[in-house]
Design a protein around this ligand. Structure first.
Ligand code: PLP
Length: 358
């Protein structure tokens, strides 16, 4: 089967939107060419629409989602700052690691994997933290945590939210929820190839940006002179032009479809997948009421060779799904319906294939 026929139903990357793929072949431009800068400005404006924010400092970091996490922490955290982080999976753990490397005094608040983060416990964990960090959509478990309560009750703390697996797939309301810093990745529900980390920073968070963060490449003071669009653009790094063309096109597809319609498409796929899996006798892993439509976790039935099933799905049907992480390696499958992959026909094909293979 041709690689181009692969259906990417893992936790990411998804199949990119065809327009986003085509945009990769646009003729190259210089990174300070006015035509490119227009596309960059439009991309940032499209990102503001998808993030539901008016934050001026909204742009794609030239690196993957993890760099989004790092840029948000390294620019505002100084040694000994108190940082509270909710951990209910791998990516909360990564946030703890990155904040620790910034020298923060991290208060780690753990929740069972498969459960959402409880805002009350997070808010009670420290009387006056500089920052509270949480993962909106935990890709290791398929769980959605609620953000609005954290924003409403954060006090003076900055609120940092990982939206790598949520942006473009489920509602993300940066301004309404009071989120100060957020990052995502292009390869999931935005329907673009991996390689960029859309980031948004509130004006309030900008007041906390340290003068010389412990990273040159991720220094927001320097990058903002390139992306902010104010006055002369200063060279910071050579932007990945083709990837920005691709993100510009992918966001265009989402906005043409309508953000709400894109969310509804992801929702319909997640719902049908959950129903179909239950009909086939599978047990879902994530707590009911907190399941992500774009990433479904399902327990591997006893006695099933899970790696063999995944390999046959790939070989015989051209469908990729993901295995479990950490303590759940070998115990769950993670099935993504993200971006262009989030189509009912893909869900039906996967269900039919699983019915034959398990
Ligand atoms: N955060 C979450 C929730 C993720 O799912 C991922 C990747 O899967 C990351 C962060 C890291 O993103 P990347 O692999 O693009 O660096």
């Amino acid at each position: 089967m041709a690689l181009s026929e692969r259906i990417l139903m893992g936790p990411g990357p998804c199949n990119p939107y065809p327009d986003a793929v085509a945009a990769l072949t646009r003729p190259m431009l210089g990174h300070l060419d006015p035509e490119f800068l227009t596309v960059l400005d439009e991309t940032n404006e499209r990102l503001r629409q998808v993030w539901h924010t008016s934050n001026r400092l909204t742009f794609p970091v030239s690196a993957t989602g993890s760099a989004g996490m790092e840029i948000c922490l390294v620019n505002v955290i100084e040694p000994n700052d108190a940082v509270v982080i909710g951990v209910n999976g791998v990516f909360g753990e990564r946030m703890v690691e990155v904040a620790s490397r910034c020298g923060a005094d991290v208060v780690r608040v753990d929740f069972d994997w498969g459960q959402p983060v409880d805002p009350g416990r997070l808010l009670a964990a420290h009387p006056n933290p500089k920052l509270i960090g949480v993962v909106h959509a935990e890709t290791s478990t398929g769980v959605r945590s609620e953000i609005a309560d954290l924003g409403a009750n954060k006090g003076d703390a900055l609120l940092l939210v990982d939206c790598v697996t949520s942006l473009g797939g489920i509602p993300v309301e940066i301004d309404e929820w009071g989120v100060d810093l957020a990052y995502s990745g292009t390869q999931k529900c935005l329907g673009v190839a991996p390689g960029l980390a859309p980031v948004t920073v509130s004006d309030r968070a900008r007041e906390f940006i340290v003068e010389r963060p412990r990273s040159w490449y991720l220094d927001l003071n320097l990058i903002s002179k390139y992306v902010d669009g104010d006055g002369a653009r200063a060279y910071h790094h050579t932007a990945p032009i083709s990837m920005i063309f691709s993100l510009h096109a992918g966001l265009g597809v989402i906005l043409d479809e309508g953000l709400e319609s894109a969310w509804a498409r992801h929702e319909a796929c997640g719902q049908r997948l959950r129903e179909g899996l239950i009909d086939l006798g599978f047990e879902l892993f994530a707590a009911e009421g907190h399941r992500l439509p774009e990433l479904t976790t399902v327990k591997v039935p006893d006695g099933v060779d899970e790696a063999r099933v995944r390999s046959r799905l790939l070989r015989e049907y051209g469908i990729e799904i993901g295995g479990g992480l950490g303590a759940y390696a070998g115990k769950v499958w993670r099935i993504g319906c993200m971006g262009h992959t989030a189509r009912l026909r893909n869900v039906e094909l996967l269900l039919a294939a699983l019915a034959r293979l398990v």
